[in-house]
Design a protein around this ligand. Structure first.
Ligand code: ACM
Ligand code: ZN
Length: 726
């Protein structure tokens, strides 16, 4: 008999194909031989009326869907044959609330757990061991498993785009499959209020809807639907944590009840994204009564100990100008508006604590002093988690760097998410105990359709599920990758439209002079491609060797996975001639002229129709000349010195959108609302001076602009004054 300990199994042998377990167990030992789940095998339990019985029934429901089989279910006392057995008897109490042991041997599979959630996670493991084949061969093995963290969650933003009850239930099923236990339901934001509150009916009559070009857009959940979802989740050991945003991100609520703003409104439910100046008036006692009224109904719907109140991205401009807010600052002896925010959160914290609940807020609630009972969810990096844990507060981690599932895969790859370490090295062992766990955050600004959500959430959430469940030492990207590939077959069978990494272009040309050799590097499968602009399908040509082009051509390529083709990548290779430089009588002045425009846009505006509010010169492009944080656009203009003939690659890295022109040619397009994102574009230049123009806009949140160039045959480097003048 060969027995491998978990670490050896990871290091020296890949597990048998049937064990595509995600997340990987805390400990697993494989043994020689296998048990066949087939005819004559029953599902057994201690009693039909206890958790062993309900878990067996749940597993049968899953097997009916996954493997198209329903096993006979029997009380263990009445069955002597081979079985998949669920029992609490003899379970090790050290497995805790969520742990279980699972043994596969000659007589079948035995799952033992001291608590119902452990039985349930054991059932998920059995389900993954069986997969979609019946009969199924399951290797002899022994698993002892419990999670690393007690908080393993997904945030789903249903404000920006509403998702119906069936979609939410399916999401909960997918969380259960991954042994995740928190559904963080982002029910409230500027663009839509999604929770029926009986004493404030306008929240959903008005705030659940916005006027899009296509008509009235939105939706909400009735209290009956919320109860149904909370119950559905509870049966799967998932706590639904509602998020009711305050004092910011509340424009949908203000559209319904403008009296709780500083200015009195009126407001409409916004259709643009961003951070809005109008927030709840913190100087109006009515605001507190209003939010407490909302929370009272919220508590009645959600048994969760933790209630999330948002607290992020609260501009202070309205409070600075509001007599009521200023009077409150004075009356309470507060130093400034940050302390007013802290005062707001403290009041709500006290109110929740008095009702036996605990407040969770985004890391901005640290500003101006943390409320005594507050748990901090760190999103702007890990600093909030570090500060709060050092102060003895519990924390939940979901930094943008690894856990923001709305970020593109080019920014946050599956491997990047998988590499996330939830416990910051700065914390002592004692402080680290305050890290309750983490989440993946699915914000929805850029994902209108349900399939968009699937593509962004999966497979990154599968990676995060392992981050939050498996011991740090058991995590290995090399071991996870092939397992994930088999796990994706499970997700595909469940209809999940997960992201299939496309092939990538290994060469970065977009323009060429005579010919170009196009090289593709593979995603997880074969590559199919077309040269006529059509989307590749399973029967399109397979990529086998580099493609040589001599005329302008669009290459579209996609990964073939089974019979499915992933999202294609596309690049047009443009045959060009060298652009002629402009001739100056004397060398132009050094640097760039810049102009600033004010307004809020979601793409670069038409600058010809606008009047600049400020102008000047600068050595290089950047946001420092804006002298404001939000709602502006900048245009930089000058000449670029091309030292020799050839193809120049320009890069802009910006938050939000940007673009770059040489003469009248748009060389690169990095437009749209987005976090820091780099894009490149190419142009063929003859040596000499070429007019250059760079534009960017900023609509809210953080701001950034940097520009780089790679000259022909050279290295990429930031542009400098020397590029723009004498
Ligand atoms: C957040 O992403 N504003 C929490
Ligand atoms: Zn006010």
């Amino acid at each position: 008999m060969i027995v491998l300990c978990a670490a050896l199994a990871l290091a020296f042998s890949s597990p048998p194909p049937s064990t595509a377990l995600v997340p990987w167990p805390a400990s697993i030992e494989f043994q020689e031989g296998s048990f066949t789940v087939g005819k004559g095998v029953a599902l057994t339990f201690d009693s039909a009326g206890d958790a062993t019985g309900s878990t067996a029934a749940y597993l049968n429901g899953c097997l009916a869907k996954d493997a198209k089989v329903v096993l006979p279910a029997r009380a263990a006392a009445d069955w002597k044959g081979p079985a998949i057995r669920f029992t609490t008897s003899g379970a090790d109490p050290a497995l805790g609330d969520e742990g279980y042991s699972l043994v596969v041997g000659r007589a079948g599979i035995v799952v033992r757990a001291p608590k119902p959630a452990g039985l349930f996670y054991g059932a998920q493991t059995v389900r993954q061991l069986i997969g979609r084949q019946y009969p199924a061969k399951v290797p002899y093995l022994k698993i002892i498993d419990k999670p690393r963290f007690g908080w393993r969650g997904l945030l789903l933003d249903v404000s920006r785009h509403f998702r119906d009850v069936d979609f939410v239930k399916r999401q909960i099923d997918l969380l259960a499959l991954h042994k995740m236990n928190v559904f963080h339901w982002h029910l409230v934001d500027d663009q839509g209020w999604r929770l029926e509150i009986k004493r404030y009916p306008k929240l959903t009559e008005v705030g659940a809807w916005r006027q899009e070009a296509s008509g009235r857009y939105g939706g909400y959940y009735t209290q009956a639907q919320v109860r149904e979802i909370v119950d559905y989740a509870a049966k799967r050991f998932i706590t639904v944590v509602p998020e009711i945003e305050m004092p910011g991100h509340c424009n949908a609520a203000l559209a319904a009840y403008p009296e709780f703003s500083c200015t009195g409104g009126p407001f409409t439910t916004p259709t643009l994204w961003g951070v809005f100046s109008d927030v709840y008036c913190a100087g109006n006692e009515g605001t507190y009564a209003f939010n407490e009224g909302i929370l009272e109904e919220t508590l009645a719907l959600f048994p969760s100990k933790f209630i999330h109140i948002g607290g992020d991205e609260v501009p202070k401009t309205r409070w600075q100008a509001c007599a009521k807010c200023q009077a409150k600052i004075k009356a309470e002896g507060l130093k400034d508006e940050h302390e007013l925010q802290s005062y707001f959160i403290r009041r709500i914290d006290k109110w929740l604590t008095a009702r036996g609940r605990r407040l969770v807020g985004w890391d901005e609630i640290l500003e101006g002093g943390l409320a005594p009972g507050a748990t901090v969810q760190s999103w702007r990096g890990m600093e909030g988690a570090i500060d709060a844990a050092k102060m003895g507060h519990d924390v939940i981690v979901s930094p943008t760097s690894h856990c923001y599932l709305d970020y593109p895969y080019t920014t946050t790859s599956v491997e990047k998410s998988y590499s996330f370490e939830p416990v910051p090295a700065e914390l002592t062992a004692e402080q680290a105990k305050h890290v309750l766990g983490g989440e993946g955050n699915m914000w929805a600004e850029r994902t209108p359709l349900p399939a968009d959500t699937d593509r962004m959430v999966f497979p990154r959430l599968s990676a995060l599920a392992e981050v939050y469940w498996s011991p740090k030492a058991a995590r290995s990207w090399a071991a996870f990758k092939p397992r994930l590939d088999r796990h994706l077959d499970t997700l595909a069978a469940m209809g999940v439209k997960f992201f299939v990494p496309p092939p990538s272009f290994s060469n970065d040309e977009t323009v060429f002079l005579d010919k170009v050799t196009v090289r593709l590097s593979p995603g997880p499968g074969a590559i199919v491609y077309t040269l006529d602009g059509s989307d590749p399908g399973p029967r399109s040509p397979r990529y086998a060797k580099p493609i040589v082009l001599t005329s302008t051509t669009t290459v579209k390529a996609a990964t073939l996975r089974g019979n499915a083709v992933g999202t294609p990548v596309s690049r047009t290779f443009k045959k060009v001639t060298l652009r002629e430089p402009i001739v100056f009588v004397r060398a132009p002045d050094p640097g760039l002229r810049w102009q600033r425009y004010e307004g809020r846009w979601s793409t670069l505006p038409d600058f010809d129709k606008l009047t600049a509010t400020a102008s000047g010169t600068s050595e290089t492009p950047g946001t420092s000349v804006a002298e404001r944080e939000d709602d502006y656009a900048l245009v930089f203009e000058g000449v670029f010195m091309a030292p020799k003939d050839g193809i120049y690659t320009f890069f802009t890295s910006s938050d939000d959108g940007s673009a770059l022109w040489i003469g009248d040619e748009k060389v690169l397009d990095n437009d749209g609302l987005h976090a820091v994102e780099e894009r490149a574009g190419q142009v063929a230049l003859k040596a000499g001076w070429h007019p250059i123009r760079i534009a960017m806009f900023e609509a809210g949140g953080s701001q950034a602009l940097s520009v780089s160039v790679r000259p022909p045959g050279g290295q990429k480097r930031p542009v400098a004054l020397a590029d723009f003048g004498r």
